[in-house]
Design a protein around this ligand. Structure first.
Ligand SMILES: Cc1cc2nc3c(=O)[nH]c(=O)nc-3n(C[C@H](O)[C@H](O)[C@H](O)COP(=O)(O)O)c2cc1C
Length: 284
């Protein structure tokens, strides 16, 4: 960061994602939103007052959470596509791989529910998930991703959701939320089953339930489900009773359908970023 300006005109210093505007007069401060909007800066940024003389402009932030142990396959690919979409609208993005972290699910300590407790509304358990939970309070968009393992999300994603959601849930009839703001939340599910098997497994009601809970806590929630995904590049190497033509069909789906799922994910990222901009404009 540069030193404090001495001249009369405002100027910018900083990195790609953060700029510090040193204002030259109180008049500029009161007209700052108009000024930034005119410069096109409000198209990608949110203004936060720091003190009387310095104002910080931050890009919107979108975080993806990968609940798959694989960092380059179906779920991670779709999450990265969603982040690409958000980036195309000016967001700062990041992906966290849950399988890199050593953490537990909710331990039922209830510190987050204790009247007058210092951890009320926050997860009191400290481990490698703690910085991630903290970061989520600062972001504008959250995109979760999990493969379906034995009919539900992976164990790591389940543990993460327990720690993320439960502290913000108020035990009242109107399902109040303690999360400090409204953010966009998306959930990308990937699964090997085709449409018929997916219905038989009854996964859809579970996905809707997650959508409802996340919507109540964070304000807005939606889902993308990619079915019939491939588990491997070459199915002939693995033991199976399926015919070669069945595997060829799978490979065709990967080439022709999966890119469409990725496009849906990309559009989710674009939409989240655009919604955040609209929200920020109304707030400023
Ligand atoms: C342990 C395990 C359990 C699975 N269980 C299911 C299942 O119940 N239903 C299903 O449709 N696919 C199931 N699958 C397939 C994965 O959900 C699917 O291949 C997914 O896209 C993998 O995501 P990834 O490529 O991001 O790892 C399972 C895979 C594994 C490894």
């Amino acid at each position: 960061m540069g030193s404090h300006p001495t001249g009369p005109a405002p100027f910018w210093v900083g990195t790609n994602s953060t700029f510090i505007l040193y204002k030259s007069s109180q008049a500029l401060c009161s007209n700052l939103n108009k000024f930034l909007y005119t410069c096109g800066i409000m198209n990608t940024s949110k203004v936060r007052g720091l003190d009387k003389n310095i104002l910080k402009v931050e890009k919107m932030k979108v975080l993806a959470i990968n609940g798959s142990p694989r960092k380059t396959w179906n779920t991670a690919t779709m999450l990265n596509k969603a982040l690409e979409g958000a980036t195309s609208e000016g967001a700062k993005t990041e992906i966290t791989h849950l399988y890199d972290l050593n953490f537990k699910g909710c331990t039922s300590c209830f510190a987050c529910k204790l009247k007058g407790g210092k951890s009320y509304g926050e997860c009191a358990y400290k481990d490698e998930l703690t910085p991630v939970l903290k970061k989520i309070r600062e972001i504008d968009g959250l995109i979760l991703g999990s493969p379906i393992y034995i009919g539900t999300i992976t164990g790591e994603m389940k543990k993460f959701l327990e720690r993320l959601i439960y502290p913000y849930m108020v035990m009242d009839p109107s399902h109040s939320s303690l999360f400090p703001k409204k953010i966009q939340v998306g959930f990308i599910y990937t699964m090997g089953a085709n449409e018929i098997r997916q219905k038989e497994m009854g996964i859809d009601p579970y996905i809707r339930l997650n959508e409802m809970i996340l919507g109540r806590i964070f304000g807005a929630s939606e889902s993308i489900v990619a079915i019939d995904t491939s588990q491997f590049e070459d199915y002939t190497k693995y033991v199976s009773s399926f015919s070669v033509s069945a595997w060829e069909e799978k490979s065709k789906i990967r080439k022709e359908v999966f890119p469409l799922d990725c496009e849906k994910a990309y559009q989710m990222g674009v939409k989240f970023a655009k919604k955040t901009l609209t929200q920020n404009k109304h707030e400023s």
